[in-house]
Ligand binder design. Structure first.
Ligand code: SF4
Length: 426
């Protein structure tokens, strides 16, 4: 069966993560600037002055760049919105991802392509038809089944529903990452508890905490069978990606603008390989099992397939935070690079290192680099281990800028449990 080329859209919440997505083979990336995007509180988020830098890196890599401007907008946001769009136009950003009509209208006035965000909860063909007057791509609501997605893509072709560019409307769906209890983030938990609006990108994730129910008359606590009753596991479609592709979609999106470069690299890489394998008809259960092992190494709350196969009841997280099988521990910072011999020097600030450890270097100029420590050079001498205050050196092809960080990758207790789940099908 011939499959069309599906666009792989990966997150970029910082230059480090952007490099991770680019090096892993993304076809396009999305990023946000200032506070008008749904990850307004993400550490390392970009500012307007970074748009040119992001665009330049993407252009060099032959990758499209989309800017998210998908929060609810107030009148007092209009000036900042106009400033951002001016820079978007100047830097020729490929599209803006929007949900508020003020953004769509402003983009239309300036001739900037629009993709309709999942925040708009588009769940039927009629709404796609409506948004076709403003956009070229619609990100469908995450709550749809694949059968519903398929009906929409089929009808777009049959009815020849075209977007602003004159091409058939494209459909994008989420393939991997956090799922939210509330439909497309329409949630007031954070606003209620901390005056922080999830619809303005400031969710504080109250749903990820354990809760108990108290009988107000007696003061007695009622046992809830599962402590994380509001916190769904993360979406993972790597083992049904062939079905996702067959539903006629054009773009798959990876969630994760708050995540580190090891996450964007690993997840994008796995989905790149999976999409290529589907196209080449070499997508096998053995490969899926191997990708799952990789995906479990980076941040995740446990996986399920979301609503695509018709399951309406979610699966809840087993614990707060990640259940990844590996974890990175900050060890030290870059101090020097010896270009002639291609050796990097780092100052250890926190933890100890020993031969046999796995290290990871991250920085704003390249994607994550992992390396095994075969021989350790500490303060210029060969040694078995190094501690706080020591300077270590090791070969590294990338010239460091001084902003790089060094991490140690360690196995977590979850790695043993997961190891038993991965016996391949016979
Ligand atoms: S608090 Fe939880 S349910 Fe509400 S928007 Fe945030 S992630 Fe979603």
């Amino acid at each position: 069966m011939h499959h069309k080329k599906i666009e792989l859209l990966a997150p970029a919440g910082s230059f480090e993560s952007l490099h991770g997505s680019l090096e892993a083979g993304a076809d396009a990336i999305y990023f946000g600037v200032e506070q008008l995007n749904m990850r307004a509180r993400a550490a390392g988020d970009f500012s307007i002055s970074d748009i040119a830098g992001v665009r330049a890196l993407c252009k060099k890599a032959g990758v499209k760049a989309y800017l998210t401007l998908n929060t609810v907008m107030y009148d007092h946001d209009m000036q900042l919105l106009a400033e951002i769009l001016k820079e978007v136009k100047k830097q020729k950003i490929d599209a803006v991802i929007a949900s508020d009509f003020a953004v769509m209208q402003s983009c239309r006035e300036r001739g900037i392509p629009v993709h309709v965000s999942t925040q708009a909860s588009v769940s039927n063909l009629k709404t796609v038809q409506f948004y076709a007057g403003f956009s070229d791509v619609v990100v469908l609501a995450r709550e749809l089944t694949l059968r519903q997605v398929e009906e929409i893509t089929r009808e777009i072709k049959r009815k020849k529903i075209k977007g602003v560019s004159g091409a058939l409307m494209k459909i994008e769906v989420f393939a991997h990452g956090a799922l939210c209890m509330a439909i497309s983030g329409k949630c007031y938990l954070s606003l209620h508890s901390q005056n922080a609006s999830a619809n303005r990108g400031a969710c504080v994730q109250n749903c990820r905490r354990p809760y108990e129910v108290t009988d107000l008359e007696t003061g007695e606590s009622l046992q809830v069978t599962h402590p994380y009753i509001l916190s769904p596991k993360d979406l993972c479609t790597i083992d049904l990606l062939d079905q996702v592709v067959a539903s006629g979609i054009d773009v798959i999106k990876i969630e994760g603008r708050t995540k580190g470069p090891e996450y964007t690299y690993t997840v994008t890489r796995c989905y790149r390989e999976a999409l290529d394998s589907i196209r080449e008809q070499t997508y096998t259960p053995e490969k899926v099992a191997a990708w799952k092992i990789e995906l479990e190494k980076v941040y995740n709350r446990g996986f399920w397939e979301g609503y695509y196969l018709g399951r309406k009841l979610g699966q809840w997280t087993p614990q707060p935070g990640s259940v990844a099988t590996t974890r990175k521990i900050y060890v030290g910072k870059a101090v020097r690079y010896y270009p002639r011999i291609r050796v990097a020097e780092f100052l250890l600030e926190t933890s100890t290192l020993k031969t046999g450890d796995t290290l990871m270097v991250t920085g704003p100029a390249f994607g994550p680099r992992t390396l095994e420590v075969d021989t350790l050079r500490v303060n210029g001498q060969e040694a078995d281990q190094a501690g706080k205050g020591d300077r270590i050196t090791f070969p590294l092809d990338e010239k460091i800028t001084g902003k790089e960080k060094l991490y140690k990758i360690v196995q977590t207790p979850q790695s043993h449990a997961h190891a038993q789940d991965h016996s391949l099908p016979a």
